[in-house]
Write a protein that binds this ligand. Structure first.
Ligand code: HEM
Length: 491
């Protein structure tokens, strides 16, 4: 661990030497160097300028972090300095002015929202209480895939997995599967893509009114549509509570939040935040957005890699056969015994971190790290995708899908303690949904691989399987994964 040195806090206007970086152009700075896949554009720049690199994104100073050692400095040693988030148009228009969790600035409001969400939705006991729901939803998917297998059909795996994860999230957060009725999934997907984009208006404020990329207009529209859906959901909950007064025992997350309306978020805290309707909508929306696309993308990437690597697929199926046997489905309690599955998931996160640049952070004060001066309100981008593909970190076979590199399972953990592998970020702003994300990812994958053998549609060779990425705050496959299942369990 690298400890901060006493002299490293720089005084406000002391300036100092910025980290090395490419020369910025007038007005746009280095925005043009990000390319359409910014994690890759930034990787090439980091090769030249090093693991702590400075950029100018329009008017905004930015620092890009691209090695495990540097990530540890920013996310652990100086965690509090970098624990805020920038104010961006996306959260302004699509997250009620950052009243949710993911984009709110570091401080007591964020801390209270985070505590509330963990307690009421993301704690180990809450997640466990939904195990039966996951079992039944995944069981339904298996049934539907069995029908496709019997008919020798090609299945749109991306769509099926996306729907399953969204349905499960809806049950946990909204109580019932409201998704279909409201097209929430499409709206959330568009919103996430817009949030991931580098929006000129955030970086060159005087150009904002021109909306040159058309993002502002689209964000306002998506924000309005989302608000309509959330209003309807809340009204349905209010009506149900009125009708069932007192006799109502099944409380979902929205019910819990509504029962706290007009009360302090955390009565013990000296900062009193009274929960109102807007807070509730913003918090619910954050949870829905964070839950919908993330685990689904992770499952799709892993299945794609397994389809490309029959050796790994075979090893995984052998493990499932050995631990579970061919006469029953996987249960969540089996997951802890599936060591190879654990390695497969880690390897998939290494090559395809769902949030390749994490969620952007913003520095709270001036600071000097390793001789580099970083000015207050700098945008901090941790390029975890680059770290995952660095041969100096992982050895020469870095492009290969090789789960055995994690054979000593306890050496590299996924939970933000090992800075080589940071799919869930780390520190105070690390992902609070990690346990839910992991149980979803592991359980669905295990079930799909245990119950079915998978082949690519005829005419597609494994080496030709398209792996193009679609950049966004959560990065999924650009094109849907299509494959043909064959049922493999004994009846
Ligand atoms: C495979 C699934 C998931 C992955 C890979 C993932 C990844 C991440 C990452 C990389 C961050 C940013 C961390 C940082 O800045 O250090 C994050 C933040 C966050 N995640 Fe997740 N996530 C997943 C699932 C979930 C789920 C299921 C939820 C909740 C329902 C969730 C809720 C959040 C929230 C609220 C934040 C913002 C935290 C804050 O700013 O304090 N995530 N996630």
């Amino acid at each position: 661990t690298i400890l901060p040195r006493a002299d490293q806090k720089a005084s406000k206007n002391s300036g100092g030497k910025l980290p090395p970086g490419p020369r910025p152009l007038p007005i746009i700075g280095n925005l043009h160097q990000l390319t359409s896949l910014p994690h890759r554009g930034l990787q090439s720049l980091a090769k030249k300028y090093g693991p702590i690199m400075s950029l100018r994104l329009g008017q905004v100073p930015a620092v890009v972090v691209s090695s495990p050692e540097a990530a540890e400095l920013f996310l652990k040693t100086y965690d509090t300095v970098f624990a805020s988030r920038p104010r961006v148009q996306a959260s302004e228009y699509m997250s009620y002015g950052s009243k949710g969790m993911a984009f709110s600035e570091y401080g007591p409001y964020w801390r209270n929202v985070r505590k509330l969400c963990i307690l009421q939705l993301l704690s180990a006991s809450k997640i466990e209480s939904f195990a039966a729901m996951r079992r039944s939803e995944v069981g339904e998917l298996v049934k539907s895939l069995r029908r496709s297998a019997a008919a020798r059909e090609v299945v749109d795996v991306s769509r099926k997995v996306g729907e399953l994860i969204a349905d499960m999230a809806c049950v946990m957060i909204l109580g019932v599967d409201l998704e279909d009725k409201y097209h929430l999934k499409e709206l959330v997907h568009v919103g996430l893509c817009l949030t991931g984009n580098f929006n000129l208006a955030d970086y060159v404020p005087f150009l904002a009114p021109l909306d040159l990329q058309g993002y502002t207009r689209r964000m306002k529209k998506v924000g309005k549509d989302l608000d309509k859906v959330l209003e309807k959901i809340i009204m349905e909950h209010e009506q149900r509570a009125r009708e069932q007064q007192g006799r109502y025992d099944h409380k979902d997350f929205v019910d819990v939040l509504l029962s706290l309306m007009n009360q302090p978020m955390n009565p013990q805290d000296q900062h009193i935040y009274i929960i109102d309707r807007t807070n509730i909508k913003a918090i619910v929306l954050d949870m829905v957005v964070a839950a919908f696309d993330t685990s689904a993308a992770a499952i799709q990437w892993t299945l794609s890699e397994l389809l490309k690597s029959p050796r790994v697929m075979k090893n995984l199926q052998e493990e499932l056969e050995r631990v579970i046997g061919m006469d029953r489905l996987v249960e969540e309690k089996d997951l802890e015994k599936l060591d190879y599955l654990d390695m497969v998931v880690k390897e998939s996160f290494r090559l395809h971190p769902v949030a390749p640049l994490l969620v952007p952070r913003e520095s709270i004060e001036d600071v000097t790290i390793e001789g580099h001066f970083i000015v207050k309100k700098s945008r901090i981008i941790v390029n975890t995708w680059t770290i995952g593909r660095d041969p100096n970190v992982w050895s020469e076979n870095v492009e290969e899908f090789y789960p055995e590199r994690f054979i000593d399972n306890n050496v590299v953990d996924l939970r933000g303690h090992d800075f080589r592998l940071l799919p869930f970020g780390s520190g105070r702003r690390g992902c609070p949904g990690i346990s839910l994300g992991l149980v979803n990812t592991r359980f669905v994958l295990a079930q799909l691989v245990h119950c079915f053998s998978w082949e690519l549609p005829s005419g597609v060779e494994t080496k030709d399987l398209d792996m193009t990425e679609m950049f966004g705050l959560s990065m999924g496959r650009a094109n849907h994964l299509l494959a043909k299942p064959t049922y493999r369990l004994l009846d």
